[in-house]
Design a protein around this ligand. Structure first.
Ligand code: NAX
Length: 327
């Protein structure tokens, strides 16, 4: 039989946690053969709610779910963990400056990085969902010097999936007809969804849409989709975010299809002029449990400006957390 995977979810009592845990427990994160041990990390005030979710997980009698532990202790939560899904974060309160937001999140992601460093399994993979996701991932990574840097990733898969659906609707095709979508940069309003390498029916997507649609509708719709969901639902994206987290880890572990790639926020190796070390979204292929940046793409002036704008924002965030002594 397959040895179990230990999965730690932070912010387990939150709305993404509620949509995510049942997907993981049913075997969708890795595959339908691998048993799962769940660790739910919450702050003390939310432990009771997380225990309620654990009761419901129990009541599903999932064949693959071996155990569930609920804790408010990061050291316990990350001990021996194979997959860390860092969902819990400090939301931006009204009137909060970016520096304050980054500082508040430093108080969460620094100790979680330390706990991962102390106890995580050798093969640990970390996905940061909690915003500002890229820079929170950078903070956690900085406090886990014994974990290879490339194991810290940030989620742009929701943006990627949003871009796939927007393009599919526009062209009247199925999402499965679309290959090689890319999100570049930060998971923020500056992100750049790139259609200049995306293929639909083997032809470049950017050549199948009007330039005005691409620049004035597609890019802003994808970048501002989170706000549109809040406006419509009265609450931020939850099930779609959980779905993207499952997709991200599943692809990382099981690989991308031949002739396709995905988008992941990963530590830059300097490719495409993105300063080394910044956690930025790139086009990546995955195989044998590892990801690799797709190389050799030609970047035109339109794309260059947009990638640079988002990467500059990431560099500013890094400067801010440096000044705060968080990295
Ligand atoms: P909720 O506010 O519903 O849940 C967050 C949970 O995290 C709460 O239960 C809270 O008690 C817990 N928490 C806070 N600090 C913690 C800590 N130190 N340790 C453990 N748990 C802690 O938010 P939810 O809607 O679930 O969203 C979670 C995060 O995902 C937010 O930061 C949100 O901005 C971010 N998102 C990121 C997305 C992405 O694409 N990268 C998209 C969706 C989402 O907006």
């Amino acid at each position: 039989t397959q040895s179990p995977v230990t999965v730690t979810v932070t912010g387990a009592a939150g709305q993404i946690g509620y949509a995510l845990l049942f997907r993981i427990a049913s075997g969708q994160l890795i595959d339908s053969r691998t048993p799962v041990k769940l660790r739910l990390l919450e702050i003390p005030q939310a432990v009771k709610a997380a225990e309620g979710t654990a009761m419901e997980l129990d009541d599903c009698a999932f064949p693959l779910l071996e155990s569930i532990e609920v804790t408010d202790d990061a050291t316990k939560a990350f001990d021996g963990t194979n997959v860390g899904l860092l969902v819990g974060a400090r939301p931006r309160a009204q009137g909060m400056e970016r520096g304050d937001l980054l500082e508040a999140n430093g108080g969460i992601f620094k100790p979680q990085g330390e706990a991962l460093n102390a106890g995580a399994a050798d093969d640990v993979r970390v996905l940061v969902v909690g915003n500002p996701a890229n820079t929170n991932a950078l903070i956690a990574q900085a406090h886990a010097p014994d974990v290879p840097a490339e194991r810290f990733t940030a989620m742009t898969r929701l943006d990627h999936n949003r871009a796939l659906s927007q393009l599919a609707h526009k062209l009247g095709v199925s999402v499965t007809d679309i290959k090689k979508m890319t999100i570049w940069g930060n998971h923020s309003a500056t992100q750049y969804p790139d259609l200049f390498h995306t293929e639909v029916g083997g032809k470049i997507a950017a050549e199948q849409v009007e330039q005005s649609w691409l620049a004035d509708e597609f890019i802003p719709t994808v970048a501002k989709r989170g706000a549109a969901i809040i406006e419509a639902r009265g609450a931020s994206s939850a099930a779609s975010a959980a779905n993207a987290a499952v997709d991200h880890v599943h692809t990382w572990v099981n690989g991308t299809a031949d002739g396709d790639w995905t988008s992941m926020g990963i530590p830059s190796d300097g490719s495409y002029g993105v300063p080394e070390g910044l956690i930025s979204s790139f086009p990546v292929t995955c195989s044998n449990g590892k990801y690799e940046i797709v190389q050799g793409l030609e970047i035109d002036e339109f794309s260059r400006q947009r990638i640079d704008a988002s990467v500059n924002e990431l560099a500013e965030e890094r400067d801010t957390v440096r000044q705060l002594g968080l990295v």
